[in-house]
Design a protein around this ligand. Structure first.
Ligand SMILES: Cc1cc2nc3c(=O)[nH]c(=O)nc-3n(C[C@H](O)[C@H](O)[C@H](O)COP(=O)(O)OP(=O)(O)OC[C@H]3O[C@@H](n4cnc5c(N)ncnc54)[C@H](O)[C@@H]3O)c2cc1C
Length: 400
């Protein structure tokens, strides 16, 4: 690269959002550079890897235009097929519904996505950190040295602590920012149902959050917990860390313990999940944010891969159009919101209603009794059926 290199589009971050944006920008004729600070794309993993089938995503987000890479990926990216999802409330009266999807090997999937973008013509630089953004110039430092690179449009796909969002004034105000912290283990030697995702609720094991078992094979699983910091952290017993809650869940939970207690921990994964939806603006005249950087993640279940990639497609297409002088970059904001903005907002509302209820196991048991398995399924992807909303509001009022 020459010191004065310039591109139509620079994408910061090569996760699902960034690689999808780079793919669609390149396919639409833009010159694209995408870079990631990681020495290996997709590693370390910071995800449990569940990806619903496109039929499920499209049924829940009817207006979304899905990128083809959400469906057409190599079998080697798939660890386990899923047919069922189980929800286990504190009293263990389990409910279940059908869900078709796959637990992915996120490392391989992220590499596949990056490769698709590069094959379409986008230039990839790994182990390169963006250290500063000034106007439309990006400063980088990494294995290929230090550079100042210019672009017509900068796409911030740099995850929940996005430098692009902070540098362009698009980050949410620190006060209005809410995140969950997640810790998870990849565990061998477990006695699980390999075709079922399981989510567990209850104050003793996951105060104000939930625990999960996502199968990665017949006797291997991703087991984790996500707990909100902020309001919900107040629910944890003093002095007990998220890791200790995870151990307690794996050893002592009446349903999960027998499945997990002989598990052999192979990998520890931790990360944060934004749960407050998108900021008011996600684009300026020459920069935009996408994926976790833009809070595009369903607050009810932490599902962020599909929205990151749907918005990534919009970001790439819009940036290429902008670079060709055919539209303003701010169009991106209107376009992605038209596809799933309402669903994202509703998932935040549903999460807020559940916050109140999670303070009491009795209320949680009542809420789970009230909601049918089908209603639970649609709630996860940003629909809040009227009767469920009224029921949850009534339970919340009752607790005061
Ligand atoms: C523990 C956990 C479990 C999860 N489980 C699921 C799940 O089962 N299903 C699901 O759909 N979602 C899940 N999610 C959410 C999902 O992982 C994210 O929503 C998704 O990865 C978002 O993609 P992204 O491209 O926006 O961000 P990321 O995947 O975070 O990618 C951002 C990239 O930007 C790079 N980067 C950051 N800063 C810079 C910089 N300054 N310079 C260069 N590069 C930079 C990073 O290295 C990273 O590769 C989970 C999240 C966590 C934390």
């Amino acid at each position: 690269m020459t010191p004065e290199a310039s591109y139509d589009v620079i994408v910061v971050g090569a996760g699902p959002a960034g690689s999808t944006a780079a793919l669609y920008a390149a396919e639409n004729g833009a010159s694209v550079l995408f870079l990631d600070k990681k020495r290996e794309i997709g590693s370390p993993i910071q995800c449990a890897g569940f990806l619903p089938d496109v039929s499920e995503v499209q049924a829940l987000l009817r207006d979304a235009r899905l990128p083809y890479t959400l469906k057409n990926y190599p079998d080697s990216c798939a660890l386990q097929r899923i047919e069922t999802q189980r929800i286990v409330p504190p009293n263990c009266n389990t409910k279940e519904f059908a869900v078709r999807g796959t637990v992915l090997d996120r490392r391989r999937y992220d590499q596949f996505l990056a490769e698709q973008a590069a094959r379409a013509g986008a230039e990839l630089m790994i182990k390169t950190r963006v250290t500063k953004i000034e106007g439309t110039t990006v400063e980088t430092s990494g294995i290929f040295g230090k550079h100042k690179i210019k672009a017509k449009a900068i796409i911030g796909a740099d995850g929940p602590n996005s430098l692009v969002a902070k540098s362009t004034g698009l980050a949410p105000k620190p006060k209005s920012r809410e995140v969950s912290v997640a810790i998870e283990y990849q565990v061998g030697n477990v006695d699980i149902d390999p075709s079922a995702l399981e989510m567990y609720f209850g104050k003793d094991f996951v105060p104000g959050g939930y625990a999960w078992i996502f199968p990665e094979g017949k006797d291997r699983a991703n087991v984790g917990i996500g707990i909100r910091i902020g309001i919900r952290s107040g629910m944890a017993e003093k002095g007990i860390s998220a890791k200790e809650y995870l151990h307690r869940f794996m050893q002592d939970h009446p349903l999960a313990g027998p499945k997990l207690k002989n598990g052999i921990v192979m990998n520890v994964i931790a990360g944060i999940i934004p749960v407050n939806g998108a900021p008011e603006r996600t684009a300026t005249e020459n920069a935009l944010i996408v994926g976790d950087a833009a809070g595009q993640i369903f607050a009810t279940n932490g599902g962020g891969i599909p929205p990151a990639m749907i918005a990534g497609k919009v970001a790439g297409e819009t940036a290429a159009e902008f670079a060709a002088g055919k539209c303003r970059l701010e169009e991106y904001d209107r376009r992605w919101r038209a596809q799933f903005g309402q669903a994202l907002e509703t998932s935040v509302q549903a999460r807020k209603l559940m916050d109140g209820i999670m303070k009491s196991d009795t209320l949680m048991n009542a809420a789970f009794k009230l909601i049918s398995p089908e209603q639970m399924k649609v709630m996860q992807c940003g629909k809040l059926p009227g009767p469920v909303k009224l029921g949850l509001q009534a339970l919340n009022r009752g607790k005061k």
